[in-house]
Design a protein around this ligand. Structure first.
Ligand code: AMP
Length: 374
């Protein structure tokens, strides 16, 4: 029986969801401002610029999202007649760092000490209480490190406030001295079944994800802890679909940074590297189907293609390289695609990463010296 899933957003995440849905004979529709978005090749796009919300809500049996800043008002309107997964509550919490950090606390998931800030005076109090350095972030609307300011000296308080204060609702966090950043991605089905992928170790360059290594090296002790944290979130939120939790690795263990109520860039490796990808399992969950195994097939490195397209033939000449392009035009800092490296012999990952660093116009954190020790 054919089913249609309506997706808020039509970027590369929606595109890859629809690619995973196709073999299951599940169609997707999209609600997105740009009609020639990456997902357009895979299903009908309803314009959020016109807007075509009502016809979009009539276009599918069940709904989901690929964009965490999907307006809550749109979701609430949809919910008058239709079901959306993940639940609106999870979306509302993920849209606000204060609600998110409060939930982590309630669920005993460690977070850096934080305080809400809504004036320059209570920013001063927060800095006094937390101690420097402090990371000041807008409570809503930030992504990829945008909307944040690291206050290292008390003299920077005014400047930080001048930059972010207009956002009105801010969060001041203690600076976490982390050794690395990891993410755990999990999926929960409509019957409450939970499946969790191995931890990814994530490397960023100027706030943008450069590459992810899976499994995260030396993560045997971290994996069960991260699984426990994400399972708590999924169960508490009565969540359905894929959820991502970004974590800092510190000398005292894992600290949660933020969650994304959706498939995630650090899970793109799972298309080739896991028995069932994050995209397919998300579609399965939303459609009410049994979940697939999240087991790793082989260690992988996922590398983002940023800003400029690579020489496709050179990438594909690498043994074990899989290229995914999102049909986007070139622009500085823009995610245009990704490459999954999955050689038969995992010992080759270092060589392949170094070769890829030479091929990619903007290799971000990947260099000729990159070493992968899995
Ligand atoms: P976010 O927008 O919260 O994902 O933060 C973007 C990046 O800023 C993270 O990936 C970290 O590298 C860094 N960062 C965020 N919060 C903190 C913190 N409290 N302490 C240290 N680094 C942080």
């Amino acid at each position: 029986m054919s089913k249609t899933i309506g997706i808020f957003g039509g970027g590369q995440l929606g595109r890859m969801m629809a690619q995973a849905a196709l073999p299951l004979n599940i169609q997707c529709t999209f609600y997105e401002a740009n009609r020639s978005c990456p997902a357009a090749a895979l299903g009908k796009v309803f314009s959020s610029a016109d807007p075509e919300l009502i016809p979009f809500t009539q276009s599918a049996d069940v709904f989901s999202l690929e964009f965490e800043n999907t307006p809550l008002a749109d979701v609430e309107l949809l919910m008058e007649h239709k079901t959306i997964y993940p639940p609106a509550e999870a979306l509302a919490i993920a849209q606000n760092r204060l609600l998110e950090k409060n939930l982590f606390r309630v669920l005993d998931i460690p977070v850096a000490p934080f305080l809400p800030v809504d004036s320059v005076d209570n920013l001063r109090v927060a800095v006094d209480n937390l101690g420097l350095p402090v990371v000041l972030k807008t409570a809503t609307g930030g992504y990829d490190g945008k909307g944040q300011f690291i206050i290292r000296h008390a003299e920077q308080i005014e400047e930080a406030w001048a930059q972010l204060g207009p956002a009105k609702s801010l969060i001041a966090e203690s600076f976490v001295n982390f050794s690395r950043e990891v993410s755990i991605i999990a999926v929960r089905g409509q019957d409450g079944d939970i499946k969790i992928w191995p931890l990814a170790e994530n490397h960023h360059h100027e706030g943008i994800l450069s590459h992810s290594i899976v499994p995260a090296p030396q993560s045997d002790d971290l994996q069960p802890v991260a699984e426990e944290y994400i399972a708590r979130l999924l169960t508490h939120l009565d969540y359905v679909g894929v959820l991502t939790l970004e974590l800092f690795v510190t000398a005292d263990g894992l600290y949660a940074n933020e969650m994304a109520p959706r498939v995630h860039n650090s899970g793109h490796w799972s298309i080739e590297g896991a028995v069932c990808s994050q995209f397919e399992n998300h579609i399965r969950a939303v459609a009410g189907l049994p979940l697939g195994s999240t087991d790793l097939i082989q260690p992988t490195v996922m590398v983002n293609v940023i800003g400029q397209h690579p020489d496709v033939a050179a990438v594909l000449a690498l043994d074990g390289a899989h290229l995914h392009l999102y049909d986007k035009s070139e622009r500085e800092g823009r995610k245009l695609g990704h490459i999954t490296l999955m050689p038969k012999n995992p010992a080759m990952l270092t060589t392949l990463c170094q070769q890829l660093a030479e091929i990619l116009p903007e290799p971000l954190a990947l260099t000729k010296e990159t070493q992968i020790h899995i």
